[in-house]
Write a protein that binds this ligand. Structure first.
Ligand code: NDP
Length: 343
């Protein structure tokens, strides 16, 4: 195929919060698929907090993006050309194609998406990586029991919104923490949380007082998405034998937040309350994907699980949407519509 493609590369490594100059929009020829490969056009690009870590040259669970390399991302794409048996032009697939308009990849590595199950954008959202993250952390590490109380931060985001709804469906009390009155109202009125605390409403002590009122029986599961003052507010309210799936700590991704809990106090809290805190990286748990989809897809289809998307238009706007998301500018799963599905 002739023509030009676009991609967004890492231009430089950010110090603190990412800035526009850390990204560059590059143009080049559309690549040609080799044996066993497919050529795709990207329709939906997922923006996720973990990408901030990939911009640093630091040891982590995955390699950094190199300077000049395409920013990493999960995408939903349409097959344009296929040299792979089992995929044909027009098929919809999900894969880590990156921040780009077109890409080639081995056909064996991509996941075919059934557009009849749910809107295809959900393949990188509630029925994709963030959804599996919520489901795994809640069920496998949270070990929920009906009647218990769960607290989750970033409660209206891709992961947190599903965590809270799964908790409600399992008979738990679900209390969210989110940024701003509008997000808190959405969590309660639309997603069915029992309460939601605005983390911008005060310091850790003030948030703890509000959480204590919202959790009269204490907290059994703290689904950790954010760290910072939310974590500081929650820990003293944890019940004995509580569980903490440590999923993410977005308040630290661009640098430490002042006033965070010190390590000896954290360990003491784990000790005296016999807490089970476990970090997890969802890429270790892809084998659970079929079980997750078979449980959650019907709940989406019949309306028991709701999801919300925050859509930026055009690949060139991905950096701006990403920078805003890290600060809470998204309201629901952050996506970039790289190309309209019907065009
Ligand atoms: P979200 O859709 O929730 O978007 C990020 C949200 O984080 C923002 O909207 C904002 O919500 C919140 N936030 C940002 N800064 C702060 C802060 N200083 N204090 C409190 N909240 C803040 O993102 P995801 O659902 O995709 O991700 C949620 C978490 O899950 C992240 O930490 C992410 O890294 C983690 N994650 C971990 C995975 C794993 O394998 N362990 C896989 C996927 C995600 P608000 O406005 O409400 O504050």
């Amino acid at each position: 195929m002739t023509g030009q493609m676009q991609r967004i590369a890492l231009a430089s490594r950010p110090v603190g919060d990412p800035k526009p100059e850390n990204f560059s929009l590059e143009t080049g020829p559309i690549p040609t698929p080799g044996a066993g490969e497919i050529l795709v056009e990207v329709l939906w690009l997922s923006l996720d907090p973990y990408m901030r870590g990939r911009m640093d040259d630091a040891k982590s669970y995955a390699a950094s993006v190199g300077i000049g390399d395409t920013m990493e991302a999960g995408c939903v794409a349409r097959v344009l050309e296929s040299n792979f048996d089992g995929l044909a032009p027009g098929d919809i697939v999900e894969h880590r194609f990156g921040w780009c308009s077109h890409a080639v990849a081995p056909g064996k590595d991509v996941r075919k998406v059934d557009p009849t199950v749910a809107p295809i954008s959900t393949a990188v959202g509630v029925l994709g990586m963030p959804g599996l993250t919520a489901w795994h952390g809640f069920n496998k590490i949270g070990q929920p029991k009906a009647g218990e109380t769960l607290v989750v931060g970033a409660a209206t985001g891709a992961v947190g919104s599903l965590v809270g709804q799964l908790a409600k469906a399992a008979g738990l009390r679900a209390v969210g923490v989110a940024g701003g009155a509008e997000k808190c109202a959405f969590a309660v009125e639309e997603l069915g949380f029992d309460a939601c605390i605005d983390h911008r409403s005060g310091d850790a002590k003030a948030i703890r007082e509000q959480l204590a009122a919202a959790c009269p029986n204490g907290i059994d599961i703290y689904f950790e998405n954010v760290g910072g003052k939310t974590m500081e507010a929650v820990l003293p309210l944890m019940n004995v034998w509580g569980r903490i799936p440590i999923c993410g700590m977005i308040s630290y991704y661009s640098g430490a937040e002042p006033g965070a809990l010190d390590v000896p106090r954290l360990w003491r809290s784990l000790l005296v309350n016999r807490l089970h805190a476990q970090g997890f990286i969802i890429f270790d748990h892809w084998d659970e994907f079929p079980e997750f989809v078979s449980e959650v897809a019907p709940m989406i289809a019949d309306g028991r699980i709701k999801y919300r998307e925050s859509i930026a238009e055009g690949l060139e706007n991905a950096p701006d949407a990403f920078m805003k998301m890290l600060k809470g500018g998204n309201f629901g799963k952050q996506l970039v519509r790289v190309k309209p599905e019907t065009a």
